[in-house]
Write a protein that binds this ligand. Sequence first.
Ligand code: SF4
Length: 474
Amino acid sequence: MSARSFVVETYGCQMNAHDTERITGLLLDAGYVQTLEGREPDLVVFNTCAVRENADNKLYGRLSFLAPFKKSNPEFQIAIGGCMAQKDQEEIQKRAPYVDVVFGTHNMGSLPALLERARIEEEAQIEIKESLEHFPSTLPTHRQSAFSAWLSISVGCNNTCTFCIVPSLRGMERDRKREDILAEARALVAEGVVEITLLGQNVNAYGVELGERGAFASLLKEVGSIEGLERLRFMSPHPRDFTDDVIEAMAATPTVMPHLHMPLQSGSNKVLAQMRRSYRRERYLGIIDRVRAAIPHAGITTDIIVGFPGESDEDFEQTLDIVRTARFTAAYTFQYSRRPGTPAATMPDQIDDVTMAKRYTALHALQQEISGEINAESIGARYEILVTEVADRMTGRLPDFRLVHLPLAEGARPGDIVTATITSASPNFMIADEIHELRKTRGGEATACRTEAGSAAIALGMPTLARLKEISGS
Ligand code: SF4
């Protein structure tokens, strides 16, 4: 029997995207193969998100599209994992009884066994665990990128933001052992990874569970000093736990990129209190002032929610005000979305759609203006740019994470680093017309290795992960 093929559709945040790499790794390890473009898969896995409302609509829309296919082809399987599966298992069974497997955020590792059981027993398998079975990093991973990797240092969250479903779905924060993190980081660099992003729901609270003060700052320094690593990033830090030793570690470690993505959520102290965010605007602004004093070229980005229940025009004005003062290079702005099961969902004074949309548009326009100004100030400046994509043109990221489009440089591959001067700018990206220097890195080599291994595997029809490793010799 030929190997069964699969695709994973991912909704939601970076954590989910990282979980998708683990789901992919698990399935490849279990003998599945990734579906070739244009072919129908034997299995579709949805890695869902419960944070935003339109994620459910999207999922149920996709499921009803697949339902007739499933009916005429019983061998075809559908699995649903992630936060929504953890939260809405009964709802999924009710609305889509033809789904084969529903698994939770704590038991991803069981997916291959559940799929097998569903096939043999011809019955849906629902398995949701309330607490973590394995730290996810101990599961096999198939990274999307050969040169850039996410590394989870903690899972779960001890905060109780009133709009957020994460604590009830992902549980209390669990920190991974420092030696395990360092071992994984070294292994990644040995495989050719040149950029690592440390991940956690509240990444800078790392160490609290272990009772270690300053643990996150010292971890940044230690991971950042691994020979061969070019760029180290982290997300997302919480302003409450943000301490000056982290700023000192960022400034003192050349591989830690001058970029801070720190969610603000609202500029109004009243709304922050209602969101149960335990910092106020003054603290937030104080942190970014100190970051800029220590690292003047740092780019600061953020997340902002508009239309939280009870947000008045004055509250919203406070958000616009902080956006003007902070001058973020970019802000990911969201309209508040009511999530059942969260305290904010039942708060009085929910904001109507028209007001919400008006505020969202105003905030977005202001941020676009600021991003455009900041990017325009970079015209004429020379940067080191990590190449992330090579097609008709190249795309890359500045150290502060801004996006740049570039002309092709002969021999450049994703993972290599070029030096170029910015020639024009718009709010969302910049253009550099001339490349001065190309620095080949082990990241570029790793990309080449993976591309060659991928085409060899397809040609030979032997696409398991084990076989890929044999072919690439890695
Ligand atoms: S800090 Fe707040 S928003 Fe972030 S994961 Fe924890 S509870 Fe959710």
